[in-house]
Design a protein around this ligand. Structure first.
Ligand code: MG
Length: 358
């Protein structure tokens, strides 16, 4: 039999409307107002984040700003300030690190914490969660919703249960009671399409899903059937992974014959930029800093970098900057044996569309 120590205490911490909250904290005149972080509604901008006041009007992130302003004409529009969000995120993660070293960042404002082996001096996962909320509020003036559970699945669903400023604790013996009344949509990985398929099978709630035998779920949902079977029971053995947040990403190429012409170098830069953009998009990251690496025929190597106004993972945008950086070298006068394009200062999210800010 497993001892009590085998029960994990996992916290999922998720900042409440993070971008908007940072602006509201720093400008109290925004308090209680519908705030939209995003591009100009007059241009082709999109909504990057919305305060809780504005969500009531049906405004949500990734919506065109022009549409958002029709739904909520008195909304206050604020241009995003990603360097500010990154700095704030670091302060908040520094607080998380006081509680455990076992942290898995999910995004700029969201992380899993495994506090199982770090319960002293707080005494319990619940006490640790309360203390995290208190420290974030006191030191950063922001609220964080925390879910506490025996695994990542339960902690994640719990943090979303009572937002904003929520604290939901699910004891191991209460997992079924917690999940059963919920819509299947509450399970991670169940999007609108899967939800429709599950409902077509006559299943609405997680409790009803739990009543289905494994072979029926496998018949209906293929290899996802067994995941649904386990999730419906609140079973999730994925560990909290302390993966290091990727700091940079780059690609380079050495040429069999040195490049002499600027046009051929531009063509190579475009190709490398496309590759970098594709890996960023695949990993759902965007870059705030771009670097070009150049090695001349005599093996002298140099790099040229620039930090952008906002993050991007658009191939054309990356290539545009990379071509300009290339021109800050002696290319054209000297032959080149290697070119590279790198992305660093990475943030979570496919937020390429934010480049459309007017
Ligand atoms: Mg959040």
């Amino acid at each position: 039999m497993l001892g009590a120590a085998a029960v994990r205490r996992i916290l999922h911490c998720d900042m409440d409307s993070f971008y908007a909250s940072v602006h509201i904290r720093d400008d109290p005149s925004l308090e209680g107002k519908p705030v939209i972080i995003g591009g100009s509604p007059k241009g082709r901008g999109v909504v990057a984040a919305a305060s809780y006041e504005v969500r009531k009007y049906g405004v949500h992130s990734a919506m065109p700003a022009a549409r958002a302003v029709r739904l909520c004409p008195h909304a206050v529009f604020i241009k995003p300030d990603f360097s500010r969000y990154r700095a704030e995120s670091q302060e908040i993660f520094d607080i998380f690190r006081r509680f455990t070293t076992v942290i898995q960042p999910v995004s700029i404002d969201e992380a899993y914490l495994d506090v199982s082996d770090h319960l002293e001096p707080w005494g319990s996962g619940t006490a640790a969660a309360k203390e995290i909320k208190r420290q974030v509020k006191q030191e950063r003036g922001l609220t964080v919703s925390v879910g506490v559970g025996p695994n990542r699945l339960i902690a994640k669903i719990a943090s979303d249960f009572d937002k904003p400023d929520g604290l939901t604790v699910v004891k191991p013996g209460r997992v079924h009671a917690f999940l059963d009344p919920m819509s299947v949509r509450s399970l991670p990985g169940v999007g609108p399409a899967t939800e429709r398929r599950i409902k077509r099978a006559g299943i609405e709630t997680i409790g009803e899903l739990r009543a289905e035998p494994l072979d029926r779920l496998e018949q209906l949902f293929g290899r996802h059937g067994s995941t649904l079977y386990r999730y419906a029971r609140g079973i999730d053995e994925r560990p909290v992974r302390m993966r290091h947040t990727r700091k940079s990403l780059s690609t380079e190429r050495t040429y069999a014959e040195d490049l002499e012409q600027l046009e051929e170098m531009d063509a190579e830069i475009d190709r490398l930029s496309e590759k970098v953009a594709a890996s960023l998009q695949k990993k759902e990251l965007s870059a705030c800093t771009l670097t070009v690496k150049i090695r001349y025929g005599d093996f002298t190597t140099l790099t040229r970098s620039r930090t952008l106004d906002g993050p991007t993972n658009e191939p054309a945008v990356i290539a545009g900057h990379a071509r300009e950086l290339l021109r800050q070298s002696e290319v054209g006068k000297r032959s080149v044996r290697l070119l590279g394009v790198g992305a660093s200062n990475l943030v979570r999210g496919n937020i390429a569309q934010l480049e459309l800010f007017a």
